[in-house]
Design a protein. Structure first.
Length: 261
């Protein structure tokens, strides 16, 4: 088996390519446009983007953040998403190594990246992303379940997916203003991803999401960036809590266990 470093580097480059696609998803899905056709074009002049100008990060740097044809500015979002996805993928490769569960978590965090960005911009979690993401993660987790005989982990993951749906559905029913139904739709795939790792990861992810949300919410209210009754992109906090549990869960839970908690 090749060294872990090879996997990390390959995953990082793969993340750059996926990040480029996520930019298309982030722009088009909220507008109810196809992510396949037509080919990418400059939003300002409509000129189709050439292959040489579609290289992740590098093209943006060479073009100095401007369209080759009309010189309109190209948002910094594009290289930012590409670099973020590359970093997330490299980190997941370091976390899981040569494990068949890795593809499921690559898909999960690619989806969470797109959903989080859209949620920040529009307070929206499109079901056109959530439903395919849930099916993809569930399907990819079948591979390690079969290869390693971890069927118990697979069904436990589904049990937590169902439990998270019930909890979030109840919260939405009790207070639709505080928790949108997009968060209810998102809950099962997070339950799948965290449930596969174990029940402690499920609770860690939920606790981290709400802690991050509370801290940032208080900070934004204190600095008058938002009003007390203003809606916040809770999907972002769910994604961040999931990231904390997946990336740093072993260290955090190990520390808690050693301290007797």
């Amino acid at each position: 088996m090749p060294p872990l470093g090879v996997l990390i580097v390959l995953s990082g480059f793969f993340g750059l390519a996926i990040g480029s696609f996520l930019n298309v998803v982030i722009y088009r899905v909220p507008r109810q446009e196809s992510v396949i056709t037509p080919p990418s074009a400059c939003p300002n002049c409509g000129t189709q983007i050439e292959t040489r100008d579609n290289i992740p990060v590098l093209s943006w740097l060479l073009l100095r953040g401007r369209c080759r044809h009309c010189q309109a500015r190209i948002s910094w979002q594009y290289p930012a998403i590409e670099l973020l996805t590359a970093g997330l993928f490299a980190g997941l490769a370091a976390r899981f190594g040569w494990n068949w569960a890795l593809p499921a978590y690559l898909a999960l965090f690619a989806g969470l990246t797109a959903l989080s960005w859209i949620d920040v911009e529009r307070l929206l979690l499109p079901k056109a992303i959530i439903y395919p993401l849930t099916v993809t993660v569930a399907g990819l987790l079948l591979v390690p379940a079969g290869v390693y005989g971890q069927w118990h982990s697979y069904w436990v993951a589904w049990a937590w997916a169902g439990a998270w749906f019930v909890v979030f559905y109840t919260l939405n029913f009790a207070s639709p203003r505080l928790l949108g139904f997009g968060d209810v739709r998102l809950a099962p795939v997070l339950g799948l991803g965290l449930g596969w790792l174990g029940w402690r990861y499920v609770f860690l992810g939920f606790f981290a999401a709400n802690l991050i949300g509370a801290v940032l919410g208080i900070a934004l209210i204190a600095t008058k960036r938002i009003e007390r009754q203003q809606r916040i992109p809770y999907g972002v906090f769910l994604a961040l809590g999931t990231a904390v549990a997946v990336y740093w869960g072993p260290q955090i839970l190990g520390s808690l266990s050693s301290s007797g908690l």
